[in-house]
Design a protein around this ligand. Structure first.
Ligand SMILES: NC(=O)c1ccc[n+]([C@@H]2O[C@H](COP(=O)([O-])OP(=O)(O)OC[C@H]3O[C@@H](n4cnc5c(N)ncnc54)[C@H](O)[C@@H]3O)[C@@H](O)[C@H]2O)c1
Ligand SMILES: O=C(O)C[C@H](O)C(=O)O
Length: 356
């Protein structure tokens, strides 16, 4: 007996759904699911992850697929994105997942996105600084940002690729060159420093890390990472030994993981967690939620450097307010002076990579 036309249609739809990487076949299924969601009233945001098949990219893709604010999730990489996409697409959460492989698909990956998260690039090995990654990652970030300027110039960009102190200025220069630069929409992700700081401070205080909030300012490399322990919430005091111990753990948390992984990369899982937390804050800001405040490395006038990490308020247009640093103690003022020199050099290196 021949199956009816209706059964054939259902089989075609199911086959399309089983093939999430094939854009042609999958288009109907995706449109149908997007329409469904529109009818249900929750449209959600479109998010792309560039470098989605990497150590950070994969768990980050999983966490973003679990975020109810995400309606469409684009996973782009130069390798292995079909497998990651097929895998993630089986999760029974509402975001529609599409995969994109190789530079010829970068434009399709980016078109229409509200938020682009970039963990693409090489990670450190023991003995390397983040700046040692500049030669490879600067070019990767440049290419990806050129794509963003062309295909989704109004998207919020969360930049994770190291060295963040230089890659954010690179991105800004690419956007300026393209005439699309909006400093409110470009954010270097320093959330992992805050996450680490909350964890180690909670350990010392003997309380739940979820109750702790440590502002971390400056940048994202060694001495440029400046935890403001005098502004910890809940208000707490630390001995000089505790301050030295905590500052060292927070500034060298990345190196601690690189050494423990012994050549197999740097922080991926705690970074994916931090990136997902930060992206969620950006999406809640875009949605119009009030009082969303996080630390990020942004174009700033809080000190004399053109970029600086500090507390920012996130809203419908991205960074809507940058908070002043607040009162610093003598230890923190000295730390800031030391950090400024390195930060200035890293920022200048990023800018001249594009202006050269
Ligand atoms: N901001 C932070 O706090 C923080 C924390 C941890 C790691 N990082 C940085 O994040 C980056 C990624 O780390 P990882 O552990 O995921 O590395 P990884 O090597 O595991 O993954 C990187 C991914 O990027 C992809 N990639 C390379 N070139 C690309 C291109 N041109 N376009 C798209 N994708 C490309 C690779 O194929 C790979 O899948 C590194 O630079 C690392 O230093 C930053
Ligand atoms: O340390 C690294 O190289 C990766 C990342 O910047 C981190 O802080 O873990």
């Amino acid at each position: 007996m021949q199956p009816s036309a209706k059964v054939n249609q259902r089989i075609a739809r199911i086959s399309a759904h089983l093939c999430p990487f094939n854009l042609q076949t999958d288009e109907t299924s995706i449109l149908r699911r997007e329409n469904c969601r529109t009818k249900g009233g929750s449209s959600g945001f479109k998010v792309a992850i560039l470098g989605a098949a990497g150590g950070i990219g994969q768990p980050l893709a999983m966490l973003m697929k679990m975020n109810p604010l995400v309606s469409v999730l684009h996973l782009y990489d130069v390798v292995n994105s079909p497998g990651v996409t097929a895998d993630i697409s089986h999760m029974d959460t509402s975001a529609v997942v599409r995969g994109f492989l190789g530079q010829q698909q970068l434009g399709s990956a980016l078109t229409g996105m509200d938020l682009v998260i970039i963990p693409a690039g090489v990670p450190r090995k023991p003995g390397m600084t983040r700046d040692d990654l500049f030669n490879i990652n600067a070019g990767i970030v440049k290419t990806l940002c050129e794509g963003i300027a062309k295909c989704c110039p109004h998207a919020i960009v969360n930049l994770i690729s190291n060295p963040v102190n230089s890659t954010v200025p690179i991105a800004a220069e690419v956007f300026k060159k393209a005439g699309t630069y909006d400093p409110k929409r470009l954010l270097g992700v320093t959330m992992l420093d805050v996450v680490r700081a909350n964890t180690v401070v909670a350990e010392v205080l003997g309380i739940d890390p979820r109750e702790v909030d440590v502002p971390v300012i400056g940048g994202h490399a060694g001495i440029t990472i400046l935890p403001l322990l005098s502004q910890v919430k809940p208000p707490s005091s630390f001995t000089p030994q505790e301050i030295n111990y905590l500052t060292d753990r927070i500034q060298n948390g990345g190196t601690e993981v690189v050494e423990a992984k012994a050549g197999a990369g740097s922080a991926t899982l705690s970074m994916a967690y931090s990136a997902a937390k930060f992206a969620d804050a950006c999406l809640r800001g875009l949605k119009g939620d009030a009082g969303i405040v996080e630390c990020a490395f942004v174009a700033s006038e809080v000190i004399e450097l053109p970029f600086f990490a500090s507390k920012v308020r996130l809203g419908r247009t991205g960074v809507e307010e940058i908070y002043p640093l607040g009162p610093l103690n003598e230890y923190e003022r000295m730390g800031l002076e030391k950090a400024k020199k390195e930060l200035a050099a890293s920022i200048a290196k990023g800018i001249s990579f594009i202006r050269k």
